[in-house]
Design a protein around this ligand. Structure first.
Ligand code: ZN
Ligand code: ZN
Length: 266
C-alpha cells in the first residue's frame, strides 16, 4: 500500500502538509493562501476537491489561513479539538455543520488512523499529529516550546518525523525581532531551537525513527545550513551516522512539489 506525503509549505509564514495513504487524502494545516494552496496541490497533481479532510494543529494564522476558504469551496471537513475550534471560529469564517469535525482523542478517517498529541505552545489547545496506515506512521512535530521524552515516545517507530527547527538562538537573540517576540519564541511554550531539535532528533532515532525532516524554519532567525549542521553534528557526536542510521533533510519554505514515498513503490 502506497503512503505518500508532500510538505507544501513549511516556515513561520505558512505550513501545510499533504498526506495520502490507503485511498485517503488529507492536509495537516492549511497555512498558505487559498491560491497558494491550490497551486501547490496542482503542482503535485492533486485536485483540492478530492481531499477527505483538513486537520488543524492550532489556531495560529500560519496554520489556518485558507482552511475556511478551502472547506467552503471544495466541501472539505475540518478537524480540530474543541478548544481550537473555539479559538479559530471567528478566523475561518462560516463552516457548514457537517464539515465541523471535533475530536477529543484518536480517530479514523476511513482506514487512516489519526493520533493527536498535546504539545506545549502558546495556543488554546495545540496538538501535533501522527498518521498511520498499513503499518507506516508519519508524524509532524512543529510549534512547540520544548519536546518532552513522554511526547517523543508517542512517535516511536515512525518512519518519518517532520521536526521543528525554528531558530538559531544566537541569530534570534541578536536579530531584529522585538523583545517580547524573542521572549515568546524562546519560552517553554514557543518554538524549538536548532539545539533543541538536535536533542529531539537524537531521541527519535533511538526510538526507531528512520527519517527526520527539519521543518518550520524561521526565515529571519535561521538558515537551512545552520539547522542541518546543528542537528547532524549532534547526532554524529552521539554515534549516529546521517545517511546510514537516519535520513536527514531540511524542508524549504515552499517545497517545490516534492512528493515522498514511504515503504511502498515509487
Ligand atoms: Zn503556532
Ligand atoms: Zn507555526
Amino acid at each position: 500500500m502506497e503512503f505518500l506525503f508532500s510538505p507544501l509549505f513549511s516556515s513561520s509564514s505558512g505550513n501545510a502538509l499533504y498526506i495520502s495513504a490507503g485511498g485517503v487524502q488529507i492536509l495537516v494545516d492549511a497555512g498558505g493562501t487559498g491560491a497558494q494552496m491550490e497551486a501547490a496541490l496542482k503542482a503535485i497533481s492533486v485536485d483540492a476537491g478530492t481531499l477527505d479532510a483538513i486537520l488543524i494543529t492550532h489556531e495560529h494564522s500560519d496554520h489556518i489561513k485558507s482552511a475556511g476558504t478551502l472547506s467552503r469551496k471544495y466541501d472539505i471537513p475540518i478537524y480540530a479539538n474543541p478548544a481550537t475550534w473555539r479559538a479559530m471560529d471567528s478566523k475561518v469564517g462560516n463552516i457548514s455543520e457537517k464539515n465541523r469535525k471535533l475530536f477529543n482523542q484518536s480517530f479514523y478517517i476511513k482506514e487512516m488512523l489519526v493520533e493527536p498529541f498535546s504539545i506545549p505552545h502558546d495556543a488554546a489547545d495545540p496538538v501535533c499529529y501522527a498518521v498511520s496506515h498499513g503499518g507506516v506512521k508519519l508524524a509532524s512535530l512543529t510549534d512547540l516550546g520544548h519536546a518532552t521524552k513522554r511526547l517523543l515516545s508517542k512517535l516511536e517507530g515512525a518512519s518519518v518525523v517532520l521536526l521543528e527547527a525554528n531558530h538559531d538562538e544566537h541569530m534570534l537573540k541578536n536579530g531584529s525581532y522585538p523583545q517580547y517576540l524573542k521572549q515568546r519564541i524562546l519560552s517553554t511554550h514557543g518554538h524549538l531551537s536548532n539545539v533543541m531539535a538536535a536533542r529531539a532528533a537524537h531521541e527519535l532515532v533511538m526510538l526507531g525513527v528512520k527519517g527526520i525532516m527539519l521543518a518550520h524554519l524561521s526565515e529571519q532567525n535561521n538558515t537551512p545550513e545552520a539547522a542541518y549542521q546543528e542537528v547532524s553534528e549532534y547526532l554524529k557526536k552521539n554515534g549516529i551516522e546521517v545517511g546510514r542510521h537516519v535520513a536527514l533533510n531540511v524542508l524549504k519554505k515552499e517545497c517545490d512539489a516534492l512528493v515522498y514515498h514511504i515503504g511502498g513503490s515509487v
